[in-house]
Design a protein around this ligand. Sequence first.
Ligand SMILES: Nc1ncnc2c1ncn2[C@@H]1O[C@H](COP(=O)(O)OP(=O)(O)O)[C@@H](O)[C@H]1O
Ligand SMILES: [Mg+2]
Length: 663
Amino acid sequence: MSRISEERKAALLRRYGSNYANKAGMPGRGPGMRGPMMRGPGMRGPGIRRPGRGDHQKAGGPHDGDGKEKSKKWIEIIRRMFAYIGKDAVKIPVVFACVLCSTLASLGGSYVLRPVINNLVYADRSAEEKLKNLVLGIFIMAGIYSIGILCTYFQQKIMVGISQNALVKIRKDLFGKIQRLPVKYHDKHTHGEIMSRFTNDLDTVGMMLNNTLPQLFSGFVTLIGTVVLMFMTNWILALVTILTVPMIAYVGSAIGNRSRKYYMGQQQALGAVNGYIEEIISGQKVVKVFNHEETVMEEFEFLSDELRDKQMKAQFFGGIMGPVMGNLSQVSYSLSAVVGGILCITAGFDIGGLTIFTNYSRQFSRPVNELAMQINTVFAALAGAERVFEVMDEPSETEDAPDAIEVCSETQPKEGARPIKGEVVLKNVTFGYTPDKTVLKNINVTAKPGKKIAFVGSTGAGKTTIINLISRFYEIEEGQILLDGEDIRKIKRDSLRRNIAMVLQDTHLFSGTVMENIRYGRLDATDEEVITAARIANAHSFIERLPEGYNTVLEGDGVNLSQGQRQLLSIARAAVSKAPILILDEATSSVDTRTESLIQKGLDRLMRDRTTFIIAHRLSTVRNADLIVVLEHGEIVEQGTHEELLSIEGRYKQLYTGVIELD
Ligand SMILES: Nc1ncnc2c1ncn2[C@@H]1O[C@H](COP(=O)(O)OP(=O)(O)O)[C@@H](O)[C@H]1O
Ligand SMILES: [Mg+2]
């Protein structure tokens, strides 16, 4: 008996269902979800598979909303999508010619059957001659079908090339765009969400470019061709068959609607299961520590059962579509057989004609259904493309002003760049990440070249925010930040950042060797320089002990290292850079006190001749700073040297003497 309460069940479905959809946005990528289901009649587009949040809700699919505006939008999306085909567009007529040829071949091949059969039944020729005609007929049919197969081959080959080329271009544009998006964008969008644009959304676009266009065209040609051939064969029978169309359409849409409904339920349940798995796997340690394994199993079983129920319905209706349609076409098949038989006896209709006609009537409903399904794929692809273009249309980091200058350090002069000493001044800086919450209020700090400025204050006071502003991860609305008297907005962004070496609060290591990871700080650093930097950061000795020393490959964000070791590597990365400004945001927070004091000498060497901003937990590490700035709730409450601040007996003294704990 399940011990999970009803409220919890509802919460699980709601939270994980939509949470996953928001976070990873990939419920559609579950096992078995691609292929036929993906193209199933229930598919309305990623907007449904991924409810999204807030403004993303609008990716609802083309069926809703007011017509004109919507269709204008879809046309624009189609235009942009096709723009990516670019020069390959000249190949499209070839593809269409191939499709036309192969479709006509398959229609024509079956039409040849008529004289072949009539030759056997009616002609009063000798058996020998009949055999000769039969073999000839079969060869002609084989020839026609072979041409069809050849055309299909070329059509596929060319189309795959076209669509993959287009996808490469879209993917490249999207990735390039991600590099140019401001940091702010990532505050609002989870990585999973961004990821899903590269995977899910591009997939649907690719699928459409690949299959849909040729299939739409071929379905259309087949439909027209079949109707024409039916009329050519026998117009009375053709009319009889066409009378069954409303019935087929009605049943088809009825099943389609049911399946669409259950399909949505299934996608949500699938999202819930995926979301739950994702969260529990990443939180495995916490689950174990607090002994939640059993509850987790029960909750999972519940979600999994939910998925089974929904999936059974969805798969059932998705699955019966084919057989039901098949049986319906049997109805029109027998109808035409009966009527055709009567016509043969009474009106001299030929047996060969009857044979091919019954074939046509059986395959008549296929293109109708195919067209309906392909249209769903088109809408899914449009919604996918919309989400891709949505990212591309996000404002990038503001362009550098046309008169923006380049700067360089005095020790490393660069052609056309203004050498700077490294004086940083914050003048009346007021800032909030969101308009409704001011995080920094009227900050005034002057950092003289080569001096060491420390920011202290409790968690959330705004220390990291100041760093974010100096490196222009965010733009300030009020006040000014000056670098050697130049507003940082007048300096090229990459030039500014090249002159700032940073050890961020969250370390990030890339897959690659230790050597490469340190060299990330300055790509032209020699091996010797990298090793010197590692020595400064006191990382050399532990690197030497790694299985392959500097050539040890770090996996996924350096999971094979301790938190402290990762910090040492990122300090080394900053040390290898020759930037005149250095930022250390809790750079040694995960390092033990002994190691910290060992690094201290190295850090002192690193800070010499550089303007350094240092944020540290342990006040012992900041006491020799030239200026200590005490922040509280985004405001500077005190600033001065260690001695000065102690003498005024204020906040700093309380923090330092432990009257107040620092976080
Ligand atoms: N990316 C962000 N978006 C919105 N608010 C943020 C963001 N980063 C930090 N904040 C808020 O700004 C305040 C200051 O944060 P931060 O500068 O990181 O503090 P700390 O002094 O601990 O480094 C906190 O209240 C935090 O909630
Ligand atoms: Mg911080």
